[in-house]
Design a protein around this ligand. Structure first.
Ligand code: GTP
Ligand code: MG
Length: 467
């Protein structure tokens, strides 16, 4: 196999970097880019000059300069958004979504995180878990990120002390047993010195886990994708002669020629007659392939409809409940009308109720009449037409939507649809314990006594308690 083919076949991991200001994100990203030789020579030379001019006087390269040099260019643009960076190793390709740290950019973080498989949360070992660490971990969990790495950074400034690392780790476990995260890895690092990034650090012989890059190269995320429920949102229909072709990207699941399917929301039935990718006939297709399909009979289908297997259809309703991250200066409140954009459908909707706002620090609910910019809360929505959806926990593509302001056409908020029964009922005790033990089942981690305490864990919504 040639270089290009083997490169194309590498699996892609999208991950989010987040954490409080100055905890070392830029340094870590710069280091990963540099060590994987993803930095062109001229750029490294510029970073060296910047280091000499602005740096601490040390002759070493300041790795943050590699990233912040790019950032200076970026800030000449108009929006402050998540910055995407790209690098590859012989084992995997990576896209890093670098979330802005400040609270006022929560909305940008929400958009950046929604496509990520993993969140890398950085924490300065001297400061430990702070407000921003909790906020970012909560949002990452809310957005369905199931894998998290807590990189405890600047270990060199804490004498590479195992006990201090353990303290920080326990604090974080305490917080995230209340979130719906299935996998948390803890790695003590020094981003500027390179400890436990590519090679195991000789300075921390007590750490028996893998270095960060090794973990990122091997963490298993493919099974997070939903290959069970076929959801094929129709993006457009094309007619050639007598035949109507349905085009779109499969959001989840697998479809084969001959399968009996239902078109939603009409619930008309048909069989798949043919499938094609880029003009070539295929017998089976799966997410996230972009395909065209034809049906064995001429049923009415248009953009915004959804194709699913007849025995596995999503909910089709005119009312739904969701956790919302609000992104507009003008607050969300009961009675307001928006356009709800969900998969390929756009439907007018009205907010019928704001149920509560979430205090992200304490994971408590507060009753609220509205949600202001960057606030997170649970709302009930009525739509003008029936919408076919799944809960976000089950299906990220079919459980998420955005609110569009109908006057300005701007995105006003992002929503994650809740499984109503699950969200309303407190999770059974057993389930809570199971979730806690999943989080705790890490190398050498001992369960704190309050694991599985009084908190619910079924989804980030239920993970919060009413104050
Ligand atoms: P913002 O982008 O401002 O939010 O900060 P950041 O999270 O990107 O932090 P940055 O990488 O800029 O690092 C902040 C400071 O910590 C810099 O002076 C780094 O050189 C220093 N630093 C980062 N990692 C380490 C480390 O492992 N050890 C030591 N000693 N210093 C570090
Ligand atoms: Mg930075």
């Amino acid at each position: 196999m040639g270089f290009v083919e083997s490169y194309q076949n590498l699996e892609l991991l999208r991950f989010l970097t987040c954490g409080s200001v100055d905890h070392g994100k830029s340094t870590l990203i710069g280091r990963l880019l540099y060590d994987s030789r993803s930095v062109p020579d001229d750029q490294a030379a510029v970073a060296r000059r910047h280091t000499a001019r602005y740096g601490s006087g040390s002759t070493d390269l300041d790795f943050a300069m590699l990233v912040d040099g790019l950032r200076a260019e970026r800030e000449q643009g108009i929006t402050i958004d998540v910055a995407y960076r790209y690098f590859a190793t012989p084992k995997r390709k990576f896209i890093i979504a670098d979330a802005p740290g400040h609270e006022q950019y929560t909305r940008n973080m929400a958009t950046g995180a929604s496509h990520c498989d993993l969140a890398l949360v950085l924490v300065d070992v001297r400061e430990g878990i702070v407000e921003q660490t909790r906020r970012h971990a909560f949002i990452a969990a809310l957005l369905g990120i199931r894998h998290m790495v807590l990189a405890v950074n600047k270990m060199d400034l804490a004498d590479f002390d195992e006990r201090r690392f353990d303290e920080v780790r326990r604090d974080f476990i305490d917080f995230c047993t209340r979130l719906e995260v299935t996998d948390v890895e803890f790695i003590p690092i020094s981003a500027s010195n390179g400890d436990n990034l590519v090679e195991r650090s000789a300075a921390m012989p007590w750490y028996r886990g893998r270095p960060l890059l090794d973990y990122l190269e091997t963490v298993h995320v493919a099974s997070d994708r939903n290959l069970i429920d076929l959801r094929f949102p129709v993006q457009m229909t094309l007619r050639s002669g007598e035949t109507r072709h349905l085009a779109g990207t499969i959001a989840s699941g697998v479809v084969r020629v001959g399968d009996e399917v239902a078109i939603l929301p009409s619930l008309r039935r048909a069989h798949i007659e043919s499938l094609a990718v880029g003009g070539e006939s295929i017998s089976e297709a799966f997410a996230p392939m972009a395909v065209t399909a034809t049906l064995d009979r001429d049923v009415d289908v248009s953009r915004g409809d959804l194709v699913a297997h007849v025995r596995n259809v999503p909910a089709v309703e005119r009312e739904l409940e969701a956790m919302v991250v609000w992104m507009s200066e003008s607050p969300l409140a009961a009675g307001k009308e928006y356009l709800l954009k969900h998969a390929t459908a756009s439907v007018p909707c009205r907010v019928s109720d704001v149920r509560y706002r979430v205090d992200v620090q304490e994971l408590r609910h507060h009753s609220a009449a509205q949600l202001a910019l960057n606030e997170i809360g649970r709302v009930r929505i009525a739509t003008a037409r029936p919408v076919a959806f799944d809960s976000y926990v089950r299906n990220r593509a079919m459980g998420s939507f955005i609110f569009i302001d109908r006057l300005t056409n701007a995105t006003a908020g992002a929503g994650m649809i809740l499984d109503r029964e699950e969200a309303d009922e407190p999770a059974p005790r057993k389930l809570r314990r199971a979730a806690a033990s999943r989080v705790l089942r890490k190398r050498g981690t001992t369960a704190p006594t309050r694991a599985g305490g009084t908190r619910a864990t079924s989804g980030a919504a239920a993970a919060t308690r009413t104050s």
